[in-house]
Design a protein around this ligand. Structure first.
Ligand SMILES: O=C(O)CCC(=O)C(=O)O
Ligand SMILES: [Fe+2]
Length: 448
């Protein structure tokens, strides 16, 4: 058994995956095939090829549009500008920020200490051209469509303004999603003086610190302060370190995936948008590996390995998606980053079906000599429109000609991290916003 199996828990007394399963299991409605599982394979050629595709889940860039003229109004009251905000006025109207813990929306300053203004309490009016704010939004959307959301059409929606005074912070969490189409968060810090309050992002065990202080930008009209735009997928764990001095003001936007632009037609081409992304991204700073991996050799390695497994008798080759999704968002049109790129590539060669999945660990043996075996189960789908699978049952419990290939780094295991249960802003109302792991189930094309 691969020793990485234990790395899903970071307690000093590691929590066993089985209890994790039971804890997650409490919230699960049902399995469609609870008695039939996929054997989990680890440390194989395919899992290594999938690991090679890993990339980081965020972009950060300087605002491409001047924002110096953007005014801030809170409940109709003048609160300065983006680059010179009136902290006192904003604080006067703000209310404490809650967050989701399990099924509850709670206030707990030891986990999150900050206040906020909701989008409907804010307005931006402009001294200059009215359209400049629209231009800012459009340009940020355009950047995202060539980086994190290649081949998709996205729309930015203001969600709130977060205010962190001295001692303000927010511990590790994933942002709660506000619709099935909501797949990213954009943050823009206004120009105040603050120290500490670093934004930390964690993906596949790697933590990154992002500097959100507005930076100087040289324009024709002279030097101008510009905000930094930070975007990440909603399922990316992140944290705001304690502010040690001053006040940190951050605008938060939801990124929604909307209908495809008509020029792409029904199905966007698999690779062209990514090549465009690569060209367009030459000018963006701090973006190394920030978009789906562009190396077609690595994608081809995955294709070749799947074909080899099919030829060897594994009719259904399954593996986890890199990202977590709402159950209703486990759909081609909502796939994020690497998941989207890989799906498009595999679809050219195979039949590919998506499905929410849960990994279960079964302990075998006593405490000193404990062996674990992993199994993957499909959750009941929100839409039972799956193509029929050719997987055959073995002893009625495990598919004999199907396997689930679990890479070393995989969000599906992160679900069991102790912090995984915390969501930004509010709990999952009715459970529909809960994050699920999911898998791609790849079979040879029917005519082959
Ligand atoms: O203020 C920030 O940088 C991020 C805040 C955050 O993560 C949240 O409110 O969900
Ligand atoms: Fe957040």
């Amino acid at each position: 058994m691969d020793s990485d199996a234990s790395s899903v828990s970071s307690n000093s007394e590691p929590e066993h995956e089985l209890s994790v399963f039971e804890r997650i299991g409490e919230h699960i409605d049902s399995f469609s095939n609870s008695d039939v599982a996929y054997k989990v394979q680890r440390d194989t050629k395919l899992t290594r090829a999938l690991d090679d595709l890993a990339c980081s889940p965020f972009v950060s860039f300087q605002s491409p549009v001047g924002t110096a003229t953007f005014k801030l109004l809170v409940k109709g009251e003048d609160a300065g500008t983006w680059m010179n905000p009136d902290v006192g006025v904003l604080q006067k109207h703000a209310t404490p920020s809650p967050f989701g813990r399990g099924a509850e929306t709670v206030l707990d300053p030891t986990y999150r200490n900050g206040t906020e203004l909701k989008a409907d309490e804010l307005a931006f009016s402009f001294r200059g051209k009215e359209s400049q704010y629209e231009q800012f939004v459009n340009r940020v959307e355009a950047e995202l469509q060539t980086s994190m959301f290649v081949g998709k059409n996205v729309s930015l929606k203001l969600y709130k303004l977060a205010i962190y005074g001295e001692g303000g912070h927010f511990d590790w969490h994933r942002d709660s999603t506000h619709s099935d189409a909501h797949h990213g968060t954009v943050l823009v810090a206004l120009n105040t003086e603050w120290e500490g309050g670093e934004l930390m992002l964690r993906h596949q065990g790697v933590e990154t610190i992002v500097n959100m202080h507005p930076t100087k930008h040289l324009r024709k009209s002279g030097e101008e302060l510009q905000p930094v735009v930070v975007a990440f997928y909603t399922d990316t764990e992140h944290k705001v370190m304690p502010v040690t001095k001053g006040t940190r003001l951050v605008l938060q936007y939801d990124v929604e995936v909307v209908e495809q632009p008509s020029e792409y037609g029904a199905t966007p081409p698999s690779y062209t948008p990514m090549e465009q992304a690569f060209l367009r991204h030459q000018h963006i700073e701090s973006h190394i590996n920030t978009y789906p991996n562009l190396d077609q050799k690595l994608v081809q390695a995955v294709v070749d390995e799947i074909r080899e497994l099919h030829n060897g008798g594994t009719t259904v080759v399954a593996f986890p998606l890199t990202h977590l999704y709402r159950k209703a968002s486990v759909k081609k049109k909502y796939l994020k980053g690497t998941d989207s790129a890989l799906f498009n590539a595999l679809e050219n060669h195979f039949n590919v079906v998506l499905h929410p999945v849960l990994i279960r660990a079964i302990e075998d043996g006593n405490d000193d000599d404990c062996l674990e075996e992993f199994f993957a189960h499909k959750y009941q789908s929100s839409e039972e429109n799956e193509e029929p699978s050719r997987a055959k049952r073995q002893w009625g419990r495990v598919f004999e000609n199907a396997s689930f290939y679990l890479p070393r780094v995989s969000a599906i295991l992160q679900l069991s991290l102790p912090n995984g249960a915390h969501l930004g802003n509010e709990a999952e109302i009715g459970g529909e916003a809960r994050y699920y792991g999911a898998g791609m189930f790849v079979e040879p094309k029917s005519e082959e």
